[in-house]
Design a protein around this ligand. Sequence first.
Ligand code: NAP
Length: 318
Amino acid sequence: MSNDNANNAIHDAVIVGSGPAGYTAAIYLGRAGYQPLVIAGALTPGGQLVNTTEVENFPGFPDGILGPDLMDAMQKQAEKFGAELVYDDVVSVDFSGDVKTLTLDGGDVIQARAVVVTTGSSYRKLGVPGEEEFSGRGVSYCATCDGFFFRGKPIVVVGGGDSAFEEALFLTRFGSSVTLIHRRDEFRASKIMVDRARENEKITLLTNSVVDRVNGDDSGATSLTVRNVVSGETSEVPANGVFVAIGHTPSTGFLGDAIALDADGYITVDGASTRTSVPGVFAAGDVVDRTYRQAISAAGMGCRAALDAQSYLNALGE
Ligand code: NAP
């Protein structure tokens, strides 16, 4: 049933996304002989781990592994078993028939019998004045990418989860100070991360506080207007670097109403399976999972999606 990557060919299996879930699904479907096509994304193939430094908790690497190296290895392993990669984005889909179609940004139309969606999530924005204007000129969503630019400058991190704490600790290497601003007085982050931050003399924790505005000039961001949600008072916090780490939004916009999503835009699946509301369409990783969100849990779910897709394709073949 497999075919090559020419337009109009009908693929057995197309995987959308190239994070741990996508590549794991590709490894399994490749080994099963389906020659999966992986639509890896135009800008950020490899997903979030490409923007990570050391990954210490992926089993099999007792000394840790760099995020980009881990994703490179997963890609090579998928290609070794026959996966083919396309560096483009899916902009729309039609899942109404037995043969699904996916339209890419570059104009290509891909057809497939089974589709595995593993598009993950993107950074959530604060949505305050100045955020967009100073994005790339002070406002960043990736400490490991941009921390270096704020050597010796005041830095703010917004958020109260593990990401915010991880970024704050990392940014102490660069900033003259690191202020972590969180909207409540309790942190979602694990105790060990909070303890480490409290022990670090460069870090100040500003709680019950929200950012109302990013201020700046031609040189970039210079400060934040911050409001205490208990007293209502506002103050100005110096910040040349503003790192927003307030969670993620699932990347499902391209799906329209083709499959069922929950109220927050995550794909819903049938019980412990990876079956979406449309037969032949499967989903795995952070685009489904709002709870665990780990590289290893996404990889595990990618494996399940591949096995679910295989049994669907087997049933079609019979
Ligand atoms: P998260 O756990 O969802 O935390 C998001 C934080 O941003 C929360 O503190 C939330 O506040 C805050 N927030 C959300 N929307 C906001 C808004 N509009 N304005 C201001 N604040 C807002 O996300 P995450 O930190 O990215 O972590 C995601 C997952 O990855 C978690 O499971 C985490 O444990 C895991 N992770 C683990 C590690 C590690 O183990 N080293 C590192 C990074 C991430 P509230 O608390 O008030 O909701």
